[in-house]
Design a binder for this molecule. Structure first.
Ligand SMILES: Cc1cc2nc3c(=O)[nH]c(=O)nc-3n(C[C@H](O)[C@H](O)[C@H](O)COP(=O)(O)OP(=O)(O)OC[C@H]3O[C@@H](n4cnc5c(N)ncnc54)[C@H](O)[C@@H]3O)c2cc1C
Length: 258
């Protein structure tokens, strides 16, 4: 017997995985996502790069049969963790291939779009309803039910509601009041390159520059690596996402001292 219908708001990593685990535990999850199509789900649209999935993350994924293998097949295990200064001094170099022996899984470089695709394929495979173009704007609750309203005027009733709608969660704001994150002025330039060069030993390389800048790069498959350069911008500048050309990105990275 079903434990009840759960309305899950937001189809990023959190919403997709929450829905899968709810179903595994006897609930009936229904996922509602504000973007019109899968390609724009999560922070993926803005962040073109990849992420490094820790061994404990893969361990959690393994509780959904076959999902850990799909992630491993679509990513690159990282074998070295290196830290250097931008002047070339090696601060530390640690072989981390031991993670697989010790924890059962490696640190895995994997493309963000692939993470979301694999999770949404699993939602489809398990016939969990995913509704796109549904932007939650209001909610009411009684002792028995919760009713949510979307910007297109439609309403849905469920037994439970879980907000997985990201950093500026509407669910959280409706329940607990206005709660905007504070921009601290840290900016990151992210990209993908097929010039993996010295990373062919599957290394996550961290480089620390003068003035607190940080550069990180690691492969996420046999041909491509991601890179990200973090530096400070004036807090007065507006927080935003913007796309840089290759030339602009390289100029930025050089200006950061790398
Ligand atoms: C630059 C950067 C680098 C990072 N690197 C890593 C890394 O290497 N490893 C790692 O593990 N993590 C990393 N993270 C963190 C990771 O990306 C986030 O923790 C993760 O994406 C959060 O997932 P989420 O599902 O909670 O939120 P999101 O991915 O933001 O998804 C929220 C979803 O909710 C939807 N939504 C929002 N409002 C509504 C609404 N009102 N109604 C319906 N739907 C709504 C949105 O459209 C979106 O699809 C990084 C983050 C950033 C910014």
């Amino acid at each position: 017997m079903s434990q009840g219908t759960v309305l899950v708001i937001g189809g990023g990593v959190a919403g997709a995985l929450t829905s899968l685990f709810l179903k595994q535990n006897g609930f009936l999850p229904e996922l509602y996502e504000r973007v019109a199509a899968f390609n724009d789900v999560g922070v993926v649209k803005q962040i073109k790069g990849s992420l490094a999935l820790a061994p404990n993350g893969l361990k959690i994924l393994s509780q959904i049969p076959g999902l850990d293998k799909k992630f491993l097949d679509n990513g690159a295990p990282l074998n070295y963790l290196s830290h250097r200064t931008s002047h070339g001094t090696i601060l530390a170099e640690t072989p981390i291939d031991i993670y697989s022996l010790r924890f059962g899984y490696p640190l895995l470089g994997i493309k963000r779009t692939v993470v979301l695709r694999l999770l949404h394929e699993e939602l489809n495979r398990q016939l969990i309803p995913v509704h796109f173009g549904k932007s939650l704007c209001a909610l009411t609750q009684s002792n028995e039910h919760v009713t949510v309203e979307f910007q297109d005027g439609t309403k849905v009733i469920g037994d439970y509601l879980i907000g997985c709608d990201g950093l500026r969660s509407t669910v959280r704001q409706l329940l607990f009041g206005s709660d905007q994150p504070t921009y601290t002025g840290l900016t990151q330039t992210i990209g993908i390159t097929d010039r993996i060069g010295q990373l062919d030993r599957s290394e996550m390389l961290n480089v620390y520059g003068d003035g607190g800048t940080h550069f990180i790069t690691y492969p996420f498959n046999s041909k491509e690596a991601c890179f990200a350069c973090t530096f400070r911008e004036s807090i007065a500048d507006t927080e935003s996402w913007r796309t840089l050309s290759t030339e602009q990105a390289l100029k930025f990275i050089h200006e950061c001292g790398f």
